[in-house]
Design a protein around this ligand. Structure first.
Ligand code: NDP
Length: 486
């Protein structure tokens, strides 16, 4: 499969290289083979991208919302038509199995383009009656584009994250410069290609490559009005600090250590399925994973026995084989970090139920379950971002809610119970931006997604995303004379 892109950057409708930029490589995590060589954007290239976005944005904002929507929906169709090619590229760049990328990456990106494409023409303000009956004064609000937004992505869902940011921004008439993670630089360039083919005017969506330094150049750039980043909490802090100078808007989609609570009346097989989905999909490299699984003491041993059996059937191996259910983790650094946490889990007293080691050559880590985990252990406190599930036990509802909330994070939470009033009551008490009852990690585009506390600010997807890519203008309309004391 051809993976070398035409050039590293996409600015003003053109692929280009940066002769001043530092070289970097992208490699296939399953074998370590280099799949593409690129250059990072220098400050001059970032300036060029910002200038292109600024020049294109007014024209894009003046394009009718219906036409903006048509372009996004055409892009969704083009992305679906190229799903296999994009999925294979995503698998090469991330190491995630094709079985997943075929259904969860470009597919979610296409859903997002389609959803915001449909919403574009439905953007409305409100009319506010100020009294005086018919002919009286009134006010109205307009949702206006935010100008130029920098989108910065993580490596776990490259084309999905790029689409989740680009689609609402473009629907609202906002222009974007997107910087993918330097670990997974390839599919954002494909998104740019698709958007241009769908009819997006040049300069409205641009891609620059590079690591954190390029992200920082974008965040601090005076020509950028908003920054939307998906990444770790430390990066979120840096972005917010850098954005404060220009008082830029920020959307932060950050990390988590989310709880899944399994009550004694839960459908155990469903709860195990949810917990496995929320810990092992994408080799556990998902921000919203429910890595603290609280299981009621009455069902704990039964839960663990079946969880062990089912976990040991997971097929680990060649990501390009469509039967493979789990691939490697993304980089050597991530691999060392995950194995380090497994060692710490054992040394701090966690009971290893299954897994706990590397598998074969390459960056493969066995799906791992620890039981008897207590709240203070490192593996119950820190985001591992690998296939490591921690099972804790509990007795009472109040107790488990307090323990579930006792972390700096607040991205997601899941509750498994057949008692729906308990389900609603408990999610109402959980400090999390995204919750599931009797399911986990399902993120349809219609549903807003994001965190509270240190897990983030703002929401992606759903109608809620619109307010993060527009700003409100309120207009007072006087129908009589100004009531002035002068
Ligand atoms: P990082 O925080 O390391 O990086 C995220 C992005 O920010 C990358 O493109 C990175 O560049 C860039 N970046 C790094 N430093 C800066 C800076 N100072 N200014 C601007 N940009 C910068 O996260 P990872 O890529 O390692 O992704 C894993 C993390 O992302 C986990 O914590 C995970 O929970 C979180 N995440 C959150 C999601 C959510 O929706 N809440 C979804 C997916 C992941 P580069 O890496 O190229 O150096």
């Amino acid at each position: 499969m051809e993976t070398q892109p035409t050039a590293s950057h996409f600015i003003d409708g053109t692929f280009l290289e940066d002769p001043e930029g530092q070289d970097f490589e992208s490699s296939y995590p399953a074998t370590g083979a280099v799949i593409a060589r690129l250059t990072a954007a220098s400050a001059a290239t970032v300036d060029k991208a910002v200038a292109a976005a600024r020049a294109a944005q007014p024209g894009w904002a003046a394009t009718s919302p219906a036409e903006r929507g048509r372009i996004l929906r055409r892009a969704a169709d083009l992305m679906r038509a190229r799903n296999r090619e994009l999925s294979e590229l995503e698998t090469l760049d991330t190491g995630k199995p094709l079985q997943e990328t075929l259904v969860a990456d470009a597919a979610s990106g296409a859903d997002c383009l389609e959803y915001f494409g449909a919403l574009a023409a439905g953007l409305t303000g409100e009319h506010i009656d100020l009294g005086g009956g018919p002919g009286g004064s009134f006010a109205y609000t307009r949702r206006e584009p935010l100008g130029v937004c920098a989108g910065i992505g993580a490596w776990n869902y490259p084309i999905q994250v790029a689409s989740w940011k680009a689609a609402p921004a473009l629907a609202c008439g906002t222009a974007m410069i997107f910087k993918p993670s330097e670990t997974t630089p390839l599919t954002a360039l494909k998104l740019a290609e698709i958007l241009i083919e769908a009819g997006l005017p040049k300069g409205v969506f641009n891609v620059v490559q590079g690591a954190g330094a390029t992200g920082a150049l974008l965040t601090g750039h005076p020509g950028v009005d908003k920054v939307s980043v998906t990444g770790s909490v430390p990066t979120g802090r840096k972005v917010m600090a850098a954005a404060s100078d220009g008082l830029k808007h920020v959307t932060l989609e950050l990390g988590g250590k989310s709880p899944i609570i399994v009550f004694e009346d839960a459908d155990i097989e469903n709860a195990i399925g949810g917990a496995m989905l929320g810990n092992f999909y994408s080799s556990g490299q998902i921000c919203s994973n429910g890595t603290r699984v609280f299981v009621h003491r009455a069902i704990k041993e039964r839960f663990l026995e079946r969880l062990k059996q089912r976990t040991e059937t997971i097929i680990l191996g060649d990501p390009m084989d469509e039967n493979t259910q789990m691939g490697p983790v993304v980089t050597r650094a991530q691999f060392d970090k995950v194995l380090g946490y497994i060692e710490t889990g054992s040394s701090e007293g966690g009971r290893l139920v299954t897994g706990g080691a590397a598998s074969g050559d390459g960056l493969f880590v066995q799906p791992t379950v620890f039981a008897d985990v207590t709240d203070g252990m490192t593996i119950a406190q820190e985001e591992i971002f690998g296939p490591v599930m921690c099972v804790l036990d509990f007795e009472e509802e109040d107790e488990v809610v307090a323990r579930a909330n006792a972390t700096q994070f607040g991205l997601a939470a899941g509750v498994f119970t057949k008692d729906l009033s308990r389900g609603h009551r408990v999610v109402g008490r959980l400090e999390a931006g995204t919750c599931w009852i009797n399911a986990y990690n399902l993120t349809p585009i219609e549903m807003p997604f994001g965190g509270v506390k240190h897990s983030g600010i703002g929401r992606e997807n759903g109608h809620a995303a619109i307010q993060h890519y527009t700003q409100m203008k309120a207009v007072y309309v006087e129908m009589g004379n100004v009531d002035s004391p002068y």
